[in-house]
Design a protein around this ligand. Structure first.
Ligand SMILES: Cc1cc2nc3c(=O)[nH]c(=O)nc-3n(C[C@H](O)[C@H](O)[C@H](O)COP(=O)(O)OP(=O)(O)OC[C@H]3O[C@@H](n4cnc5c(N)ncnc54)[C@H](O)[C@@H]3O)c2cc1C
Length: 438
């Protein structure tokens, strides 16, 4: 099988791989020295910025490493190739009564990508990050060495690789502890809130009673409606696992339009529609896990709505004491800039530490905003949001980013020099070259 052209390897924000040698993982494993240096693994390109791209070097397509190598249905311990996609893992695990312990907002990620970014989900307040549930993995370095890493085996590389943005080598296989479930359904409650203060109150009470919590914020609301939104909280539902869930039906987004469809006018209509189509009564509803965890997966390639220049996502986390003010400042700043964020998500991260040295989450509130890329204008706003997050003692997410300067990275990850000691000398990325250039 021959690999497709570099241009078809993109990040979700719309950047493409340009001048990279595309190497299938099995070919790279057979002879790492035969390919361009530096190398970088590519999962399924669901990172938003340039952390999954490697201009001029080799991009290792891991998606062929997708075998399930072992699955103990009694204990829920699963070993798979790092290129296995989460949606495929779900198809296998859910009918057997098991669920991934942490899922991001899309199921179209690989297990290796989830490990390398140490992704978080709506249950971070209880379950921590993906890396908290990784029991072991195999890492292949550019010199051909293969190492098993676990909390008590090659422990420093274990910690550096979880959340290590793919820079410590190629993860070939992963052993993950799944969590038991009784059904494929969730019991979900939907609560409308009319201010940020109310969001923080609901979050505080819900994190004690619900495994999964997250809120959507109406980023265009101002005046007395400022900070309004919709809070979702859920637990896995009791019941039985039969019949097995049917494959999700998806629709494809039409080809990329010549201009972004997301602007203040369309967003205003969207926000109105979104808020008003959410249930108004706080009753518990039984829904399938897919629309709860992965609502956007129903529309394939929805990022095309942002037009040919793509989108820029911003995600930060700010510590609890500063969270209320910092989140309000960022929303006000976005409004003042005349920008519209389509998917504005607010969530409280918990205190469970990650084993990852460079993991993004820390205790506090995390705010995520999506903007159509309007070049300099968008970059200016994102730089202002960086300043607010950092001044509040927070950090900015590297795998959602395509432009943070070295100073933002260093302030976000003061331990980055410890991490840099573990970076494979034969690995790099566009992101890494940018943030370590200064
Ligand atoms: C709609 C949507 C919702 C999202 N929601 C969330 C969310 O709720 N929480 C969250 O944390 N993230 C979220 N994300 C981001 C996404 O979960 C992460 O970026 C994820 O890591 C992407 O996985 P991937 O397989 O596509 O990897 P890629 O994006 O291709 O790569 C990610 C990183 O992993 C490295 N990598 C990939 N495979 C390997 C390997 N085998 N060995 C070593 N390194 C490897 C790459 O080098 C790169 O640095 C979301 C993204 C989208 C598009």
């Amino acid at each position: 099988m021959t690999a497709p052209s570099a241009q078809s390897y993109r990040s979700w924000g719309g950047l493409s791989a340009r001048d990279s040698e595309i190497v299938l993982a099995r070919d790279w494993i057979a002879g790492p020295g035969r390919h361009r240096h530096p190398a970088l693994a590519y999962g399924n390109g669901r990172s938003y910025g340039d952390s999954c791209l490697n201009d001029g070097g080799a991009l290792i397509d891991t998606r062929g490493l997708n075998e399930v190598l072992a699955f103990d249905r009694e204990s829920g311990l699963l070993t798979c190739g790092a290129g296995l996609r989460l949606d495929h893992l779900l198809e296998l695990a859910v009918p057997a009564g098991w669920f991934p312990p942490v899922t991001p907002g899309t199921s179209f990620v690989t297990i290796g990508g989830a490990l390398a970014n140490d992704v978080h989900g709506k249950n971070h307040h209880g379950a921590g990050t993906f890396g908290c549930h990784v029991r072991a993995f195999e890492l292949m370095r550019s010199d051909g060495h293969r190492l098993i890493c676990a909390p008590d085996l090659n422990a420093e590389l274990f910690a550096a690789t979880i959340g290590g943005l793919g820079l410590t080598g190629l993860v070939t296989q992963v052993t993950l502890q799944l969590m038991p479930i009784a059904s494929a359904h969730m019991l979900q409650e939907v609560l409308h809130f009319d201010s940020l203060d109310r969001f923080f109150e609901i979050a505080a009470e819900s994190d004690a009673t619900h495994d999964y919590t997250v809120a959507w914020v109406d980023s265009l609301a101002s005046g007395r409606h400022f900070g309004r939104g919709v809070f979702f909280r859920a637990n896995h539902a009791p019941g039985s696992l039969e019949p097995p869930p049917r494959a999700a039906r998806t629709v494809a987004f039409p080809p990329t339009p010549p201009f972004p469809l997301i602007n203040r006018a369309t967003l205003s209509a969207f926000n109105w529609l979104y808020r008003n189509t959410q249930p108004r009564s706080p009753d518990e509803r039984r829904i399938h896990y897919r629309p709860f965890f992965f609502p956007l997966d129903r529309v394939r390639d929805w990022n095309r709505a942002y037009g040919p220049k793509g989108l820029r996502q911003f995600q930060c986390v700010v510590p609890p004491a500063a969270a209320r003010e910092a989140v309000a400042d960022m929303l006000r700043r976005t409004l003042a800039a005349g920008e519209a964020s389509f998917l504005t998500v607010l969530k409280i991260f918990g205190t469970r530490p990650s084993p990852g040295l460079m993991s993004f989450p820390m205790p506090g509130a995390t705010l995520t905003l999506d903007f159509p890329n309007r070049g300099e204008r968008t970059a200016r706003l994102l730089a202002e949001l960086d300043c607010i997050a950092l001044a509040a003692g927070g950090r900015v997410n590297p795998y959602k980013d395509a432009r943070m300067p070295p100073a933002t990275f260093e302030a976000s990850f003061p331990r980055w020099r410890d991490f840099a000691r573990h970076v494979d000398p034969g690995f790099s990325s566009d992101f890494w070259r940018r943030v370590t250039a200064g």
